[in-house]
Design a protein. Structure first.
Length: 248
């Protein structure tokens, strides 16, 4: 494991060196050097320039992820447990996911305004599907022998659901939550592309209009860090949760 971390670090250094070399051959407007980008990033963090944008995007991600994941999990449980509802709703859920959210963003802004609400709705819709799909799969593919054992022991439908199906399906559900967490960042930033004066997405659009490529790259690094941190936090919780379950 340590060797993998070392190789990963070496790969990162190699990427930076290649980036620095390519940047030296091009205009800063096209590809700024990593040294310039990181200087812009540090100065912006120190001065507090990024702070209101980070707070705004962070709130949109948090609220959208919570609402989208909650709705996705509840819908997934319902569709996984009730075949009629699954057959009734599944075609419409798939159809809704086939429409690019970027295409729907102007419509949501028209309905909900340029404030935070429209971005939260977009983020929630993007987070909804991974949780719903993984939860349905987890419920449907529970070990049939265990389900039969619960029936023999006299457990009713709800006891089987909450004491067997959901606990057994937690790995799949949490995997969906990890995906949703990364997509939440995408949803919030995409929503800010279309409309809004605050947030990291709005800052990317502003840097584009100012032709400030180092600023744009620094914001992209912040977006990447947020998505990576969210993923790692959920992964850490998942590992500790199942480690505790295995020990007990």
């Amino acid at each position: 494991m340590k060797n993998v971390s070392i190789y990963s670090g070496l790969l990162f250094i190699l990427i930076l060196l290649i980036w620095e070399g390519l940047a030296s051959l091009m205009s800063e407007l096209i590809l700024p050097a990593p040294s310039v980008v990181f200087t812009t990033l540090i100065e912006g963090l120190k001065s507090g320039y990024y702070t209101p944008h980070l707070i705004r995007t962070g709130l949109e991600i948090s609220i959208g992820l919570f609402l989208g994941s909650l709705l996705g999990m509840l819908t997934g449980i319902l569709m996984g447990e009730v075949e009629f509802i699954r057959k009734l709703l599944f075609p419409y859920v798939i159809a809704s996911q086939a429409v690019p959210k970027l295409a729907l963003a102007p419509l949501f802004i028209l309905w909900f305004g340029f404030g935070m609400t429209s971005k939260v709705v977009i983020t929630a819709l993007i987070c909804f599907f991974p949780l719903m799909e993984n939860t349905v799969t987890a419920i449907q593919y529970t070990d049939r022998q265990k389900i039969e054992l619960f029936r023999v022991l006299g457990a009713n439908r709800w006891q089987t659901l909450f004491k067997l199906k959901i606990p057994a399906g937690l790995p799949s559900i949490i995997a969906g939550f990890r995906v949703a967490a990364v997509l939440a960042v995408v949803g919030a930033v995409v929503g800010e592309f279309i409309g809004g004066s605050e947030g990291l997405g709005a800052l990317i659009i502003a840097s584009q209009s100012m032709m400030d490529t180092p600023l744009m790259f620094s914001v992209l690094i912040l977006v990447t860090i947020i998505g990576t941190l969210l993923y790692q936090i959920i992964y850490f919780i998942e590992q500790n949760l199942f480690h505790y379950k295995n020990r007990s």
